[in-house]
Design a protein around this ligand. Sequence first.
Ligand SMILES: OC[C@@H]1[C@@H](O)[C@H](O)[C@@H](O)c2nc(CNc3ccccc3)cn21
Length: 601
Amino acid sequence: GYLKYKDPKQPLNTRIDDLLSRMSLAEKIGQMAQIERSIATPDVIKNNYIGSVLSGGGSWPAPQATVREWASMVTEMQKAALSTPLGIPIIYGIDAVHGHGNVNKATIFPHNVGLGATRDPELVKKIGSAVALEVRATGIPYIFAPCVAVCRDPRWGRCYESFSEDPKVVQMMTQIIPGFQGEAPPSSRGRPFVAGTRNVAACAKHYVGDGGTYKGINENNTIIDFHGLLQIHMPPYYNAVINSVSSIMVSFSSWNGVRMHANHFLVTDFLKNTLKFRGFVISDWEALDKMTNPRGSDYHLSIKLGVLAGIDMIMIPFNYTGFIGNLTSLVHDNTIPMSRIDDAVRRILRVKFTMGLFENPFPDPSLAGELGKQEHRDLARVAVRKSLVLLKNGKYGEKPLLPLPKKCGKILVAGSYADNLGGQCGGWTITWQGLVGNNLTAGTTILEGIKSTVDVSAQVVYSEEPSPDFVQKGGFNYAIVVVGEPPYAETQGDNLNLTIPAPGPSVIETVCSNVKCIVVLISGRPLDIEPYINKIDAFVAAWLPGTEGKGVADVLFGDYGFTGKLSRTWFKSVDQLPMNVGDPHYDPLFPFGFGLETHPS
Ligand SMILES: OC[C@@H]1[C@@H](O)[C@H](O)[C@@H](O)c2nc(CNc3ccccc3)cn21
């Protein structure tokens, strides 16, 4: 018979009220449960009324899975969900944080630290819509992006996921949200909005203060008064909410010793009741288990604290029986009122109804060709060009070195990251931590970009770690030295010394003491370059540019000018950290906002 909630012509709140009134406690709690795809069999989804499934970093249906394999995985799970009595569709989420990183042959864009250096919100919005299409190509309608962290210490392993140390730059880049979700009409501003099946629901993360932890230690304590929290870490959430973000993910970190996942004041009083956020709040991975020490030692308490704090969907992601069992008993003994459960389910249903998931629960095969499309790669190449920051161009008193002539004669290209696609993509690429090397995915290395840019008369010699003799006898007019740090994600990227890993420094020394050298740094953050900067003729911060390495040659050889501006302060020494623009004692090697410009030759 006719079911009001299934009728798209019914008003949103009528659909929510009607469906909610039909739901058992088990069906409500199921909607709050997000599980990992590796355990998400049709039976588990059906029997537990699971509302959401995710791929964690590096979690694919098969190695180098095709769009069809991704889509058929989602379809199988969706069929299970729709076979339940109420047929509420699952929402499948994944970390498309710089393009559809888990997926082979996806376009990989510069990580956020580089996008911040472009200062171009229109570009970033276009990137959002391209990423949405590539994600939908695999049948997925929800992403755990953008990270709107305001990274205040580059020792943090996730600093590259942050657009900037300056909240104003991060606020500017929240324009990626209408890129992902589509532009909300005035009537929907401040409410969750997803335009349709070529867009995805977004997730602003990690609420709040993830980028302000002590010494940049991941998941640690952000010690700052409320005024400071509102001034530095909260502003991007104002923009995210008004730009109709569909979900917000809570941070693993703590604020003045209180776990964010147990913080009722910030999650409910402030985000939901003051900022009027109407989407759903999602936990991070096993974040409830991690509240207690030892981890998981009191899951019952963790669920109580997290759900009462205002978390609506829990990224469990494996122990769904523990989650469901404990939450059920917490409601039965009235520790958690049904009103809290209903608020969580309303928010989840609001997003699912608004984004049209009931009308279009299945992948759209006509979008398969969007993955890795040349048009998206061209856009990524523009982003690479605009993200590069020229920090030095010729030694003191000497004429500018860049742009190099395409008729450059014999040049040397050296360094571990010159021909290293995985290195230029960084973490959250194919695997969680990322991988070095060239058989990672489809893309163009910096070296390949150089070779295809220089004049036919030029000779490009590549040596990853040339000997002094090789450099001295090579007769090179210039050398391009691409050094940096290997891929990493989260805690594995925490680093207290920020030195350039070997053999970077010795390659700089060997090459730059014999030939005019351009050093290109591949890194997720500023590194300690001060000891070498006087030996270097030209210095370019390339951050983590992604698959379109040609964008680097585009500016090195003058097809386009350098325009990037630092989105982060470049320290002289790590002993100065934390040190951010606006601080009283500000003594950087290169200040926030700095970037030399060149013009197309
Ligand atoms: O991947 C899901 C989330 C992500 O959206 C968050 O930004 C991040 O904090 C986060 N961390 C994990 C933990 N990742 C993990 C990956 C492989 C094995 C075990 C854990 C999952 N997630």
